[in-house]
Design a protein around this ligand. Structure first.
Ligand code: ADP
Ligand code: 5GP
Length: 210
């Protein structure tokens, strides 16, 4: 009884582990993430990255990304403001220390959407997130989803497909990801994502009740 109480106490004190979602562009990370944030409002908080790419229609500054110039972003990186940063498809992307701290200060599970370079960098920090890879069912499906999304120029689309091919190979590396989810049917993929995070969700809910 005492041991159970003590281990519960320790797990609440440790706070929820962050969650990293990674996988090829077009695999469905944002779609799944939005479903998670909507269903579990008050449990998860999104780490808003910085990027030098232009906003897509519907994206909001400060919500989807902090949209900045290359000069501003590079100055921030040089200043040590970022936990990690990477060049992807000719743009800079990065997770600022403030983005993660903002979420953790609210006792929420911090969710990061980062590319493979970000995953490798994150492994060198002491954040100890749960690493989840979202994969498309095939390269053909990925290409048609990216085309149907209608957000990329042909050049950007080709760069993303090249990166995806490499990403899908690297993600097979044993131990790199805790969970690999193939996003074929959206509802099934979402069910698996929630299943992988049940324990952390429960932790946040218990802490809120305590
Ligand atoms: P990412 O954030 O990984 O780049 P998105 O979430 O933007 O990918 O998804 C890419 C496109 O594929 C979007 O238009 C989205 O609506 C669509 N999509 C995502 N998951 C599925 C799915 N399981 N079946 C069909 N289309 C999907
Ligand atoms: P998009 O332009 O489609 O929003 O994102 C392109 C890629 O950049 C995706 O693979 C996404 O996961 C990644 N990305 C977004 N934010 C970050 C970040 O802060 N750091 C890193 N390393 N990658 C990011």
């Amino acid at each position: 009884m005492y041991v159970r109480f003590f281990s519960r106490f320790l797990s609440v004190m440790a706070g929820p582990r962050p969650v990293v979602l990674s996988g090829p562009s077009g695999a469905g990370k944002s779609t799944l993430l939005k479903m998670l944030l909507k269903e579990h409002d008050g449990v998860f908080g999104f780490s808003v990255s910085h990027t030098t790419r232009k906003p897509r229609p519907g994206e909001k500054n400060g919500k989807d990304y902090h949209y900045v110039s290359r000069e501003v972003m590079q100055a921030g990186i040089n200043n040590g403001d970022f936990i990690e940063s990477a060049e992807f498809s000719e743009n800079l992307y990065g997770t600022s220390k403030a983005a993660v701290q903002d979420v953790q200060a609210r006792n929420l599970i911090c969710v990061l959407d980062i590319d493979m370079q970000g995953v490798k960098s994150m492994k060198r920090t002491d954040l100890q997130p749960i690493y989840i890879s979202i994969q498309p069912p095939s390269m053909d499906v990925l290409e048609s989803r990216l085309r149907e999304r209608k957000t990329e120029s042909e050049e950007s689309l080709q760069k993303r497909l090249q990166a995806a091919f490499k990403d899908m190979e690297i993600s097979k590396e044993p131990g790199l990801f805790d969970v690999v989810i193939v996003n074929d049917h959206l509802d099934e993929a979402y069910g698996r994502l929630k299943g992988a995070l049940l324990e952390e969700i429960q932790k946040v809910k218990n802490a809120a009740k305590a």
